[in-house]
Design a protein around this ligand. Structure first.
Ligand code: HEM
Length: 439
């Protein structure tokens, strides 16, 4: 008989519950399970029994060596219901075709075109911050990330529709976030249909408008409409995926980074000095962002401590063997990026913010650092997300000095890992309005 995958007993469960209540985060409970049970354990709730994996061996197993034996699509899950035939929830040839269709819009060669738009969208929001005011950076970063995503990848200015679509967008994120449906998949979920319909109407309207006036195909939407088998329904699925996956992650990364800098004023001063000495008040170009070495380390460390996508979810397609345990076909499998990023065996003082650990001499060991996943289904927007984060932070630090106004933040597991209830920061303006000129 193969050994049974360990599950938390009563004592471990009570200790996990204590941590959960203390830190107001399910992640604290997962940390207890991991510390007590190791790199493979099974959560044992009624109707929800995922096998949790963590550490480099598990990452290599899920992302590379056995990846063909896992499925991304899980019928009945809200993410499949919402995104239907998106690259994110398709497998096999369909997935590969969709990914190939979208890759060119996120290729390095496109980033040069996007950088100026990224700065302009950041400035559009930053210029609304009054000197001496306090703002929630979780909200502000979402506004910036939404404007950037829509304008770079769909060539649509969201500004006039932002207010009207804000709630539907938040509702769509909430719809795919963990909730009671995890334990009782049939749980009624009232209140979403109208919001999701409004978002769909908007997406179909921009697809129709673009088909009517295609212009140049130098953005994602422009490229998708030129592909013969790409129906409006399929395009809608990809646009909604990019809209959610491409802005909610950046919102989390930017707001966690500002929070960490607010908690560590020395790092904030150092990063701001680097930005000002490298860029002055210039609008950053792609080459200039490559010179922001300390900002790069800060972003890596924020992604390590608070990876916006903190776990990857799969279904085992066949019976699988991992470290002597059998994972049965059909089991829900989750590999935890968060736990892997905080393993004492690979990271000194794993819970501490130390950007220097990412200086170029210290390369993390293989498969210990996975903020963008790994293998052939790694994040398609990894470069986009990193360039965007540098540009937005650079524009903020060129124009303002920020201090943390409240420190009551905990890590909330939504569709991404979010700093809740928000990141309140006091704004001191260095210059009243952006001096940047755009064509
Ligand atoms: C800070 C920013 C980002 C982070 C941390 C992040 C993280 C990730 C991770 C960890 C995965 C793999 C998940 C798994 O293995 O289960 C992933 C996949 C994906 N990401 Fe990102 N992401 C970011 C930005 C973006 C952006 C900007 C876009 C689009 C513009 C995007 C679109 C996607 C898509 C479509 C996939 C699925 C790829 C596939 O299955 O082939 N992400 N992301």
């Amino acid at each position: 008989m193969p050994p049974i995958i360990p599950s938390p007993d009563r004592t471990v469960s009570l200790s996990a519950l204590r941590s959960l209540l203390q830190e107001r985060s399910v992640l604290a409970a997962l940390q207890v399970f991991h510390d007590q049970l190791g790199s493979i354990f099974q959560i044992d709730l009624p109707g929800f029994k995922p096998v949790m994996l963590s550490g480099p061996e598990a990452a290599r197993f899920v992302l590379v060596s056995s990846r063909e034996d896992f499925r991304w699509r899980s019928e009945g899950d809200p993410v499949t219901a919402l995104l239907r035939h998106s690259v994110l929830v398709e497998d096999g040839d369909t997935h590969d075709w969709l990914r190939r269709s979208m890759n060119p819009a996120l290729h390095k060669s496109m980033m040069m075109r996007y950088t100026e738009t990224m700065s302009r969208c950041a400035d559009e929001v930053i210029c609304t911050w009054a000197d001496g005011s306090t703002r929630d950076m979780l909200v502000e970063m979402r506004r910036i990330a939404l404007l950037i995503l829509m304008e770079t990848l769909f060539k649509v200015d969201l500004t006039p529709d932002m207010q009207r679509l804000w709630q539907p967008i938040l509702k769509s994120i909430q719809y795919i976030s963990p909730g009671l449906w995890v334990i009782w998949p049939g749980t009624p979920r009232p209140g979403y249909a109208a919001a999701l319909r409004r978002l769909d109407d908007y997406l179909f309207q921009i697809i129709r408008a673009r088909r009517a006036t295609p212009g140049t195909a130098d953005d994602l939407l422009g490229m998708l409409i030129t592909i013969p088998d790409m129906t409006d329904d399929l395009i809608r699925d990809q646009l909604l995926t990019m809209l959610i996956a491409g802005h909610d992650t950046s919102t989390a990364l930017l707001s966690w980074t500002l929070y960490l800098l607010g908690k560590h004023p020395d790092a904030m001063r150092q990063v701001q000095a680097e930005v000002l000495s490298t860029l002055g008040q210039e609008v950053p170009t792609l080459e200039m962002t490559a010179k922001l070495a300390y900002l790069d380390q800060v972003l890596h460390e924020a992604l390590r401590l608070y990876p916006p996508i903190h776990l990857g979810q799969r279904r085992a397609a066949v019976d699988l063997e991992f470290q002597g345990y059998t994972i049965p076909a059909g089991a829900r499998v989750m590999y935890s990026i968060y736990l892997t990023h905080r393993m004492g065996a690979y990271w000194d003082d794993p819970h501490q913010f130390r950007p220097e650990r990412f200086n170029p001499e210290n390369r993390p060991q293989p498969y210990t650092y996975l903020p963008f996943g790994g293998g052939p289904r790694n994040c398609i927007g990894a470069l986009f997300g990193q360039v965007e984060a540098k540009i937005v932070l650079a524009r903020i630090l060129q124009q303002t000095t920020l201090t943390l106004a409240q420190d009551n933040v905990h890590a909330h597991m939504g569709a991404t890992l979010e700093p809740r209830p928000g990141v309140m920061m006091r704004i001191q303006r260095q210059i009243q309005r952006s001096a940047a000129t755009y064509p």
